[in-house]
Design a protein around this ligand. Structure first.
Ligand code: GDP
Length: 197
């Protein structure tokens, strides 16, 4: 699945700009700086596919990448800037809600959470939207290399507890480090299983 070439298809700022439906789609969501670009790049083996460190204030887009012939990956706009203007939050919500509601080929959303911080209040709006639209999602912890070995089980328990009452959350959490490569095979395997369903 991942052996095929990865290419950028297009960026969409509104729902009428989405590319046609051709494959199963998976989307990646997460707070700004969570490590989303690094993870997408590590998964596809392309160093510059998704731009690392998107600058705050940039136009919020859904970015579509075709992986081989059977998979499309969508990089969702980051969220959770501390002092985001209300208009920006509204635009983000409109775009994401329209996409989640209308995209019939969307297989799963991977919600990236920084291992060092766990699930925060800034993650609540996206988790609420996913639960509300009943789009299946799975949490992927990023930067796992930054959590001390002795703290790992506690961190996982905290994240599990934060998701326990969320109806659309997939119970299994995937831990990853784009830096050290940990968990990338697990995430790829989960995506392969999803495509095969
Ligand atoms: P994005 O804003 O979510 O796309 O995040 P980026 O991919 O730009 O990463 C934000 C920062 O976190 C950068 O400084 C990355 O080098 C760093 N980062 C990303 N992934 C990892 C990781 O697995 N481990 C560590 N230690 N740092 C990471």
């Amino acid at each position: 699945l991942f052996a095929g070439e990865a290419t950028f298809m297009k960026g969409a700022v509104a729902i009428d700009g989405l590319p046609p439906i051709e494959t199963v789609e998976i989307a990646f969501a997460g707070r700004s700086n969570v490590g989303k670009s690094s993870l997408v790049n590590a998964l596809t083996g392309r160093k510059t596919l998704a731009k690392v460190s998107n600058t705050p204030g940039r136009t919020q887009e859904l970015n579509f990448f075709r992986i081989g012939t059977r998979l499309t990956m969508v990089d969702m706009p980051g969220y959770g800037f501390a002092e985001a203007p209300e208009a920006k939050v509204r635009a983000w919500t409109r775009l994401v809600l329209d996409y989640l509601r209308g995209r019939t080929n969307l297989g799963r959303v991977y919600v990236l959470i920084d291992s060092r911080h766990g699930v925060k209040n800034t993650d609540t709006p996206v988790l609420d939207l996913l639960d509300k639209t009943a789009v299946s999602y799975q949490v992927v912890l990023t930067k796992w290399d930054q959590v001390k070995k002795g703290d790992r089980e506690t961190r996982l328990d905290e994240v599990r507890a934060a998701l326990a009452r969320r109806p659309a959350a997939y119970p299994e959490i995937i831990v990853t480090s784009s830096k050290e490569g940990e968990g990338l095979a697990d995430l790829k395997a989960a995506i392969v299983r999803l495509i095969a369903e």
